[in-house]
Design a protein around this ligand. Structure first.
Ligand SMILES: Nc1ncnc2c1ncn2[C@@H]1O[C@H](COP(=O)(O)OP(=O)(O)O)[C@@H](O)[C@H]1O
Ligand SMILES: [Mg+2]
Length: 258
């Protein structure tokens, strides 16, 4: 079953300067994301990865083409598409509990139901002991766990993640990847992750989408053999890593700078 369909999407940003040059950020991007599968979008900086997620989230509108989430045309942001941002984007004046509860309150859920859901997701991300803490009292890794719990709590059809672990140090990043695998084993979810780490994409994904340089187009779609967490340096792992490295390094910076 399709959770998400991106059909021939093009995105042109209007000019930001007096020269009046528009930016063609994405061109003819089509994707079909199956339910409960993990997709990663890989590509050089500036190739339109964030633009693609923002279009799926409904924060931006495509110039051409369309996006459907569970068969419904995307025209605005909605709780069926929750985003985890690189900088966590937590509300600093709210506790961990209140941050996770935020979207549920907007949905006007009853308090006992909110409590049950918040406790479940705080526990899932290993933060049961920290629900009364404020974001500034937490480490970067813990803040990102709150952000993931907040996104999962609204039970989105698709979880969108824009370089969610990029601000973490290597050790925390690797730990969060393992955590993500454990969380997804417990709660099946459809995920679209943007990253520029090939290893992260291989570790987490069922499917890896490699983009061209700007304007971003789909260069290649690669299905990663199961199990999701491949043994690093196993022959299968090395083959797929080389394949992706070659695809990405084949993208020379010969695009016209606009
Ligand atoms: N709001 C905007 N207005 C104008 N240009 C933008 C805007 N957002 C992004 N861009 C441009 O679109 C291109 C793709 O950006 P982005 O989606 O952020 O790439 P990535 O996330 O892959 O690094 C870049 O050239 C960027 O400068
Ligand atoms: Mg980006």
């Amino acid at each position: 079953m399709l959770a998400l369909k991106v059909e021939k999407v093009k995105k042109i940003y209007p000019s930001l300067n007096s020269k009046g040059q528009e930016v063609l950020a994405l061109d003819d991007v089509s994707l079909e994301v199956n339910k409960n599968e993990f997709y990663s979008i890989l590509g050089h900086s500036g190739c339109g990865k964030t633009t693609l997620l923002n279009l799926i989230a409904g924060f931006e509108v495509p110039t051409a083409g369309y996006i459907e989430c569970a068969g419904q045309r995307v025209t605005a942001p909605g709780a069926d598409r929750a985003m985890v941002f690189q900088d966590y984007a937590l509300f600093p004046w709210l506790t961990v509990y209140e941050n996770i509860a935020f979207g549920l309150k907007i949905k006007r859920m009853a308090s006992p139901e909110i409590k049950r859901i918040v406790e479940h997701f705080a526990s899932l991300v290993g933060l049961s002991q920290f629900v009364e803490h404020y974001p500034h009292q937490l480490s970067g890794g813990m803040r990102q766990r709150v952000s993931i719990a907040r996104a999962l709590a609204v039970d989105p059809t698709v979880l969108l993640m824009d370089e969610p672990f990029a601000a973490l140090d290597a050790q925390n990043r690797s730990m969060m990847q393992s955590e993500m695998i454990r969380i997804l084993d417990e709660e099946s979810k459809t995920v679209v992750l943007v990253t520029h780490s090939i290893e992260e994409a291989i570790n987490l994904s069922d499917v890896i989408v490699v983009m061209t340089r700007r304007p971003g187009r789909v260069k290649s779609v690669i299905r990663v053999p199961k199990p999701r967490k491949m043994i690093e340096d196993s022959p299968d792992y090395l083959v797929i890593r080389k394949q992706i490295r070659d695809l990405i390094s084949g993208e020379h910076d010969d695009s016209v700078t606009m």
